[in-house]
Write a protein that binds this ligand. Structure first.
Ligand code: ZN
Length: 495
């Protein structure tokens, strides 16, 4: 498969700036690597094919300073334009050749880099309403004494609708165009995503104990599958299973999830090996590590997304690689809860796909994938004791294509290629924090903090315009957030 080959082999490194810091550059003949799998869209071959003498009509034509397509890795195109037609990328071509296109609208973006929208592969969006509610605590006391009691009191459809909308507003303004969500009342979360026009994967939660949303494991599963029936044809939403973790979901229930997920061919996302204590407790109780338990019941495979994965030995990594399961790395959540470190370089070396996630705003405390990308790169170097580990291009890949592959969307999003969905962000690199600019890739990973994202599109629909949300009323959203703060009142519920 085309994209997998690039992912597995690293692809040809085509650098705009020399790897040793030189200032020469060459533009990439992108026609050499364009997929042709999307009928109706022809790969544009700017370097070796003459433009047609007839004008081609496109919906939107963007003229950025640079295009960072992510595939091939470490590529930066200068003096190129990108066209959107019917929600998909129809052309990427040299600026001079764009005169052959007739756009309904066009936009000059001087000083901006155009890149794929970021994929936040793990989170609990509605928990944005619990941002800063209980901090500086280890995972289990944080969950058992603070987060779960607060959720028991306040969580309902309105909480999830408003919290998810707040999360989406924050994510869009920091460059995320696809997010994954695991939370109660997933129908309310899906509704908020549909209103906002953002792409998402909703993994409906499954637990063995009752919550406001469901009574028992079967109730969670039947409600979740009903939601899937309602939304399975929605073009921006994927529904999957979200068994919370092996310590909150019994082996029998996990077995059911494995069976259903295989039958329906839908994703499964699960918190796994979040802490060494979790792994130790499982070994004491079941005689095996949680990863081995999942493997034994057939729940570890290419549709499985394992979140956190901090306590991994060489045998675990070998099992993951053999299964084709994905890892969702949440570096800031792992650091804040002192959960442990995910051996990202070792995973990548064994060919395991790694995506990035923020986890919830209650354990992060933001939903900023630019920050996550930078943390992943820095923590990856520290964990590997190697400054050359996890270079900028790898961090950028994890935040885009890595996420797309984990969510099973690698044919549609994750890179800028003709035929793919127009899920795009524009990042303004002209500010002082990004100058001087020797290498746009370095700036995107090590200097940007998300506030430089000026525009974004999902499936060709513009959701952010000069940092203004086009489909969400931010003032109304912040007023509703303020009302929730009054209602939750931390001093009443914390002990
Ligand atoms: Zn989580």
């Amino acid at each position: 498969m085309f994209l997998k080959n690039f992912a597995d082999n690293g692809g040809p490194l085509r650098l705009y700036f020399g790897a040793a810091g030189g200032n020469g550059h060459r533009d990439v003949p992108i026609g050499d690597f364009l997929p042709t799998k999307h009928p109706g869209f022809t790969a544009t071959r700017p370097s070796n094919a003459p433009m047609s003498t007839t004008q081609t009509t496109v919906d939107t034509l963007l003229h950025p300073e640079w295009i960072v397509p992510v595939l091939p890795r470490a590529t930066v195109l200068s003096n190129h334009s990108l066209a959107i037609t019917e929600g998909r990328i129809s052309h990427i071509l040299p600026r001079a050749d764009a005169a052959g296109l007739t756009p309904a609208q066009q936009l000059d973006l001087p000083g901006h880099a155009l890149m794929p929208g970021l994929v936040n592969a793990h989170g609990h969006a509605a928990m944005s309403l619990l941002r800063g509610y209980a901090d500086d605590l280890p995972l289990m006391p944080w969950l058992e004494q603070h987060i779960w009691p607060a959720e028991g009191t306040h969580v309902g459809p309105e909480f999830v609708r408003d919290g998810t909308a707040l999360a989406i507003a924050e994510m869009l303004r920091a460059g995320t165009t696809t997010f994954s969500d695991m939370y109660f009342f997933p129908d309310a979360a899906a509704g908020a995503a549909i209103t906002a026009g953002i792409r998402c994967q909703i993994v409906f939660p499954i637990l063995d104990f009752p919550t406001a949303w469901a009574r028992d494991a079967d109730d969670y599963i039947s409600k979740g599958l009903r939601l899937r029936d309602e939304l399975k044809h929605h073009e921006l939403i994927t529904i999957g299973f979200g068994p919370h973790a092996p310590y909150t979901v019994s082996p029998d229930t996990l077995q059911k999830v494995a069976t259903y997920a295989a039958e329906l061919d839908v994703p499964v996302q699960i918190h796994l090996h979040e802490t060494a204590a979790e792994v130790l407790a499982a070994v004491e109780e079941h005689g095996e590590r949680p990863l081995d338990s999942l493997n034994a019941i057939g729940l570890l495979g290419p549709r499985t997304q394992c979140v956190h994965m901090t306590d991994l030995g060489d045998q675990d990594i070998a099992a993951l690689a053999a299964s084709g399961a994905h890892v969702v790395h949440c570096p800031q959540s792992n650091m804040k809860l002192a959960s442990g470190t995910c051996p990202v370089s070792k995973l990548l070396a064994r060919g395991v796909n790694v995506a990035l996630g923020t986890d919830s705003a209650a354990s992060n405390n933001d939903l900023n994938l630019f920050a996550e990308m930078q943390s992943a790169a820095l923590l990856g170097k520290l964990t590997a004791a190697d400054a050359a580990a996890l270079p900028a291009a790898d961090a950028l890949y994890m935040a885009t294509m890595g996420g797309a592959r984990a969510l099973g969307l690698e044919q549609e999003i994750g890179s800028l290629e003709p035929g793919k969905q127009a899920d795009i962000i524009a990042v303004d690199l002209s500010g002082p924090e990004c100058q001087p600019l020797y290498n746009p890739l370095s700036q995107l990973v090590y200097a940007c903090n998300g506030s430089q994202v000026s525009h974004s599109w999902v499936a060709g629909t513009q959701l952010l315009e000069n940092r203004r949300l086009t489909r969400l009323d931010l003032k109304d959203l912040l007023q509703r957030t303020s009302a929730w703060q009054e209602k939750i009142n931390p001093t009443d519920t914390s002990s």
